[in-house]
Design a protein around this ligand. Structure first.
Ligand SMILES: [Fe+2]
Length: 218
């Protein structure tokens, strides 16, 4: 599905075109992360860009497309590269809102135009052989200032939790590489040492329909 190019701010269109060209030539995640960490602050430090973006979204300007389905309810898709090399997403965080610890199926670089976006990276200590079981411990914590970035790796090497410990509502800008074909995110319950699948809303409904259908037919 393509994001409408109507009303895309020039800074975002230029940024995404350049990232698509450069990241498309790179053959390893480390190079992609390095390049994106150099580039993303250019958008993050442009506060008026985000002011306009939010005003346009609230004014029904068509971009970003608020109706586009997303994995999470605080997520807005800003761009998906036509070759699938990367995607750029905005997340909105109310005071005290955090994700559960989770992984990703690609590398990622994340930051905010405001102070206070928090990132906690975890280390997985079990060997992943017991279905549904995972033991994770916090390993690093970053409280990012406006324009600073953190990065993540795919799967167990990138388990993290992010959010907003401040008293205001902030947004983050998250760029992810080409996703591995897994189709879900893994969520982690640190206290109960559990790992579980987080499916996109459409897939979750389909899965539940299949399960309900099986029961109806039995
Ligand atoms: Fe994440």
């Amino acid at each position: 599905m393509k994001v409408s190019t109507q009303n895309v701010p020039g800074e975002i269109a230029d940024f995404c075109r350049r990232c698509g060209e450069e990241l498309g030539k790179m053959d390893n995640d480390e190079a992609c992360i390095r390049y994106t960490r150099e580039m993303l602050p250019r958008l993050l430090l442009n506060k008026s860009l985000f002011t306009h973006l939010l005003e346009d979204a609230l004014g029904g300007g068509g971009y970003p497309d608020m109706r586009r389905p997303t994995m999470f309810d605080n997520e807005v898709v800003l761009h998906v590269d036509s070759q699938g090399v990367f995607s750029l997403r905005m997340y909105l965080w109310g005071p005290g809102e955090f994700t559960a610890p989770h992984d990703h199926s690609s590398w990622g670089v994340i930051g905010s135009p405001s102070d206070g976006y928090e990132v906690i990276n975890y280390r997985r200590e079990d060997d992943g052989t017991r279905e549904g079981h995972a033991r994770i411990v916090p390993a690093e914590r970053f409280l990012l200032k406006a324009g600073e970035t953190a990065h993540t790796h795919a799967f167990d090497a990138g388990i993290h939790k992010t959010g907003n410990p401040t008293e205001g509502t902030i947004l983050s800008l998250n760029m992810y590489g080409r996703p591995a074909p897994r189709g879900f995110v893994q969520g982690f319950d640190e206290k109960n040492q559990r790992v579980y699948k987080i499916l996109p809303p459409k897939r979750k409904k389909e899965q539940l329909m299949k399960d309900a259908l099986r029961l109806l037919k039995s």
